[in-house]
Ligand binder design. Structure first.
Ligand SMILES: [Zn+2]
Length: 255
């Protein structure tokens, strides 16, 4: 191999594979345990379609712009594939192109998810995150949504394994918990909040955030953090209560 190895250590094995017309060699290297990074306490994560992830610290991780272009390319390639006569050489060519595009999208997405989950697992001891919306998953047939849902599933599994490996804890919060409709500070609920509303305005005059424009996803991430800490038993009271995000989810599915 001409390329230099990224990791210093003892090479124990190599495996050759082929995926979507690309050849790969995976080299197993034995390296000493990583030095643990200093951990911050806890974080809440809101996962969404607009922004891949919003943290309770206010940081956001955008969905990559490439995904949009890649998806439209994939749509066109799929159409081309169905126009070709079955059994023909051109059909085989089109089929290979679709496979390559699928693979490309998955690779770029996985790269982003791996970087994000490693960073989170290294920095935080406790991570609160929304559980998957299984009902929404089954209903969903749109290409863009199916990729984003697959990303969500992958995010959860990567995060859980990496955090546990480092001795941390992932606390899942049920999907019916109304994280985006609740003020993280006082627990006031904006019952008829629209999905298109990007800003949360608390209307409780006694709240420190009264009429203060909060980013919708950031407020949700803070609610998820509080709820996770409450579920673990680290705080007695949180913004949790009755009410539901269910109608919000339904609105997403309908759209
Ligand atoms: Zn409030």
């Amino acid at each position: 191999m001409a390329e230099k190895l990224r990791f210093q250590g003892k090479v124990t094995s190599a495996r050759i594979t082929k995926t979507a017309q690309w050849w790969f060699v995976s080299i197993q290297v034995e390296i000493p345990d990583e030095v643990p990074v200093r951990k911050l306490a806890a974080v809440g994560i809101d996962v969404g379609l607009n922004r891949l992830a919003t943290l309770s610290t206010g940081e956001g991780v955008e969905n990559q712009a490439f995904l949009k272009t890649a998806l439209s390319k994939l749509r066109r390639a799929n159409k081309r594939l169905h126009r070709r006569k079955s059994g023909s050489k051109n059909r085989e060519k089109a089929r290979r192109q679709v496979a390559r595009l699928h693979y490309r999208i998955t690779c770029s997405r996985d790269d982003l998810l791996h970087k994000l989950t490693t960073q989170l697992a290294n920095c935080y001891q406790i991570i609160g995150i929304e559980d998957l919306n299984l009902k929404g998953l089954l209903k969903n047939r749109k290409l863009a949504r199916s990729f984003s849902d697959a990303a969500l599933g992958k995010l959860l599994s990567l995060l859980t394994s990496k955090v546990e490996q480092r001795g941390g804890q992932v606390q899942k919060v049920e999907r019916f918990f109304p994280s985006s409709k609740t003020c993280h500070c006082c627990g006031w609920k904006w019952k008829d909040m629209e999905l298109s509303e990007r800003v949360f305005l608390c209307r409780n005059p006694d709240c420190a955030y009264y009429q203060f424009a909060q980013d919708r996803d950031h407020n949700a991430a803070l609610c998820i953090l509080h709820e996770a800490l409450r579920l673990i038993g680290l705080i007695d009271q949180a913004v949790a209560g009755t009410g539901s995000d269910e109608d919000v989810n339904l609105a997403v599915d309908a759209g």
